[in-house]
Design a protein around this ligand. Structure first.
Ligand SMILES: [Zn+2]
Length: 277
């Protein structure tokens, strides 16, 4: 298991510091990249069949590909010892989990204690499934199937942010920028850090968990959250405090480099699409 998943996801939920958290599989499993590559490799024939199918055969070719990915995901990812380790941790910490499919080869694992959270998460995931179906229906370029990420709605982002324990000031700013002003909150957050000078981030605590973009690099609510978690981890064990502080630093650095990381991610996807046909 990756350390940041243990500390940021499992422990913050087990210690009731956040209502829920999530990590992505296979990406956030040790050897996750190899698992993803293996699935792609074993599905190469089915990908090719989709690309070269006539209009009449497309639907059945896509279904075959989807089914193959799902089966491989089950054997390669879900039955891996790396994923079993997660199930052992949730059992030991009495954490409930919910597996949500983003795409056949990408699932998110939500962690929480309260069964009421499960209900809310299930509703949210249903909402997202509908959104994904709608966006897939509008994809004209068939080559993108299975590779695209559906754009979430503002309602989804808002509700999920609350369930993940993000401060309301940060959620509101993110949603306002992204959906009303059509600006990128990720680029804004990166610029806020870059403005502090290269390699001179001064407030790591605001980046209390990954995939989170605080409204300001010194947002009081986000900083307090990071400090509270950090203090508690330190009290339990100073080594745990150190691990969490490394996570904070890595999170802030990821936000700072976000535009570059997204560019690299897009290039990787494009190469993958090219390779497949
Ligand atoms: Zn904020």
């Amino acid at each position: 298991m990756l350390e940041h998943v243990k500390v940021e996801d499992y422990l913050t939920v087990a210690l009731k510091l956040r209502p829920s958290s999530f990590f992505t599989i296979p990406a956030e499993l040790p050897k996750g990249q190899q698992m993803g590559a293996k699935i792609d490799e074993l599905c190469a024939k089915e990908y090719q069949a989709v690309i070269h199918a006539s209009q009449k055969e497309k639907f059945s070719a896509i279904n075959k590909l989807r089914e193959k990915i799902q089966n491989l995901f089950e054997t390669i990812v879900v039955r891996s010892t790396e994923y079993q380790a997660h199930q052992n941790w949730s059992k030991k910490l009495h954490i409930r989990t919910l597996k949500a499919k983003v795409r056949p080869s990408v699932h998110e694992i939500y962690l929480f204690l309260d069964p009421k959270i499960e209900k809310k998460l299930k509703k949210l995931m249903e909402l997202r499934s509908l959104e994904i179906k709608k966006s897939l229906a509008s994809v004209s370029n068939i080559q993108n199937l299975g590779l695209i990420y559906a754009e979430p709605s503002s309602e989804f982002v808002m509700l999920l942010g609350e369930l993940l324990g993000y401060p309301i000031c940060c959620i509101n700013k993110y949603v306002r920028e992204r959906f009303r002003e059509r600006k990128s909150p990720e680029i804004r957050a990166s610029q806020q850090l870059k403005a502090q000078g290269k390699g001179k981030i001064r407030n790591f605590h605001a980046y209390f968990t990954r995939n989170f973009f605080p409204c300001e690099s010194f947002c009081v609510n986000a900083t307090n959250m990071g400090k509270h978690i950090h203090n508690l981890m330190n009290e339990i064990n100073p080594r745990l405090g150190d691990v969490y502080f490394s996570c904070l630093k890595a999170n802030a650095t990821t936000v700072e480099q976000y535009p570059l990381l997204m560019k690299q991610f897009r290039e990787k996807l494009e190469n993958k699409t090219l390779k497949m046909g």
